[in-house]
Ligand binder design. Structure first.
Ligand SMILES: Cc1cc2nc3c(=O)[nH]c(=O)nc-3n(C[C@H](O)[C@H](O)[C@H](O)COP(=O)(O)OP(=O)(O)OC[C@H]3O[C@@H](n4cnc5c(N)ncnc54)[C@H](O)[C@@H]3O)c2cc1C
Length: 297
């Protein structure tokens, strides 16, 4: 099928883009890389009358590190329209936020990453996507703009339902702050997919920081493919935090991460039980690798 007819708009900057969204109302949709939206248009799962195209909108691209302030982590600020390939090629992203860099090659194929954007992936909020899980594991902060002004939303309040976020119809995601964890930290992302480039059946993104006595000072576990939305394994994180790392087995963390999940999807690719089993296994594997890296940091 082909998309239904639409009017194309190309705002020059963010102010013009949000004014357009407010003006055009619910008949308008933002398009960034088009890697998720174009298939939806072609299948007529989305039939907007207006597309607000961000490809040439100034001020939405780039990667810049901002130092720590008020005893908090520094952040890597990533413009919403930064492509996934730009992240893959960024030495700064690899050094400052290794989890983001390591997640990127797992997204689709390079042709998709050449077009697909960081903001598009987060705004699309696919439960099986890698970046939302990374944002949850690290505690990212999302920047949004509308005609009412700018606001920030923590990742754990951003994903509100299936393919649904906290963004209003006239709101644009402009940038994402990924915290730069310092000290003895380790990161790993693990997933299982039937073929390279497919969406994962289940996956986990893990961040761990150890203190000098080898206790878990903090940790973050983001799960994908295991619910209607990207998920944070808060109970598993809480159980591990403050514990001597030798006293927490990776298998326990894996089991705890999937224990409370009540809406695990079942489809042609995997039953809910199989997904749960795979989810526990990939979380355990990611935990083990992240802890090993933190212990040697
Ligand atoms: C064959 C194939 C395989 C794929 N495999 C994977 C995979 O394994 N893992 C994975 O994570 N993804 C995968 N994807 C999806 C891909 O990563 C997309 O790039 C991503 O999901 C959307 O990014 P985009 O920039 O293309 O967004 P678009 O398709 O342009 O937009 C997606 C949605 O986000 C909204 N949006 C976009 N930008 C903004 C913004 N700045 N503010 C507000 N709303 C916005 C749009 O309105 C739309 O609703 C795959 C895609 C294909 C076609």
């Amino acid at each position: 099928m082909k998309p239904a007819a639409f009017d194309h708009h190309a705002p020059a900057d963010v102010g013009e883009a949000v004014a357009m969204l407010a003006d055009l109302g619910e008949d308008a949709k933002v398009i960034a890389g088009g890697q998720s939206l174009v298939p939806m248009l072609a299948l007529r799962l989305a039939v907007p009358e207006h597309l607000v195209d961000l490809r040439r909108t100034a001020g939405l691209r780039g990667v810049a590190e901002h130092g720590p302030a008020d005893g908090r982590d520094g952040v890597l600020r990533v413009g919403a329209c930064t492509t996934q390939t730009a992240i893959e090629r960024s030495a700064e992203a690899a050094r400052a936020v290794p989890l983001l860099a390591r997640a990127t090659p797992l997204i689709g194929h390079f042709q998709i990453r050449n077009r697909g954007t960081v903001g598009g992936s987060l705004a699309h909020a696919d439960a099986a996507a890698e970046y939302p899980a990374v944002a949850l594991a690290l505690g990212a902060l999302l920047h949004a703009r509308s005609p009412r002004g700018a606001r920030t939303v923590p990742a754990d309040r951003f994903f509100t339902g299936m393919w649904t976020t906290d963004l209003a119809d006239d709101e644009l995601l402009t940038a994402v702050d990924f915290p730069v964890w310092r000290g003895r930290r380790g990161f790993a992302i693990e997933e299982f997919a039937r073929r390279g480039g497919d969406f994962a059946i289940a996956g986990a993104a893990v961040a761990v920081e150890l203190d000098a006595a080898d206790r878990v000072r903090r940790c973050g576990i983001g799960l994908f493919g295991l619910g209607a939305t990207p998920l944070r394994a808060a109970a598993a994180e809480e159980a591990a935090t403050g514990t001597a790392v030798a006293d927490v087995t990776a298998d326990e963390v894996g089991r705890a991460a999937v224990a409370g999940l009540d809406a695990v999807p079942a489809d042609l690719h995997a039953s809910a039980d199989h997904r749960r089993h795979v989810g526990a296994a990939v979380t355990a594997r990611a935990w083990r690798r992240a802890v090993r890296e933190a212990a040697h940091a």
